[in-house]
Design a protein around this ligand. Structure first.
Ligand SMILES: Cc1cc2nc3c(=O)[nH]c(=O)nc-3n(C[C@H](O)[C@H](O)[C@H](O)COP(=O)(O)O)c2cc1C
Length: 173
């Protein structure tokens, strides 16, 4: 059994990105179980918190430890990644020396109702993941433009193709 953790970069109740994450995960093979790493309740990271037990930090760090791979599906906020997503990226690199992203398999999808599909957020995210030593899925890349809660047939097929590559990659070694 493989464990996939997924992170939705949006805190919005009617999130297009959540809808896309759910579509991708519907394709999961039966030997894969997926669990969400919730990020809405994580206090903003500061090193001062390294000296305390923060239950929500413990929760997400444990989820990451047991994840064989992570799928991040995120919107773009002002041409970069949302603050809540940056927060968990930071939380899981600390305390110093306990970087949970190192060598972790991570796949990135961005989506936007706009024309550019959140590509700046996607590229920024990949840059951060490289800095923290993650094993990021290089291709296929998805920066989904004109994204909406109605996934049409063409978009659905496109996401299904991505899902097949992702789960295939997760199941390798
Ligand atoms: C603070 C903020 C900044 C945004 N900046 C961008 C942006 O830079 N590029 C973009 O394509 N969309 C931008 N948007 C629009 C989002 O793509 C849109 O709200 C989308 O629905 C967010 O995804 P979600 O539905 O999963 O939350 C921004 C939205 C917010 C709230």
């Amino acid at each position: 059994m493989r464990n996939i953790a997924f992170i939705v970069g949006s805190l919005s109740r009617q999130s297009v990105n959540r809808h896309i994450a759910e579509h991708i995960l519907k394709n999961a093979p039966t030997d894969v179980q997926a669990e969400e790493i919730q990020i809405h309740d994580l206090p903003l990271y500061t090193q001062d918190l390294d000296e305390q037990v923060v239950p929500s930090y413990e929760r997400v760090r444990n989820q990451l430890k047991r994840a064989d791979a992570v799928l991040i599906v995120s919107p773009e906020h002002n041409r970069s990644i949302p603050a809540a997503l940056k927060n968990i990226l930071d939380i899981a690199t600390r305390p110093f020396g306990q970087n949970l992203w190192a060598n972790k398999k991570i796949a990135v999808v961005t989506a936007s109702p706009g024309t550019y599909g959140g590509i700046n957020a996607g590229v920024h995210l990949r840059q951060i993941l490289q800095a923290v030593g993650a094993d990021t899925l290089v291709a296929p890349e998805i920066y989904l433009s004109k994204a909406s809660l109605n996934i049409d047939e063409r978009t659905g097929a496109f996401l299904d193709k991505f899902a097949a590559s992702f789960f295939n990659w997760v199941n390798k070694d």
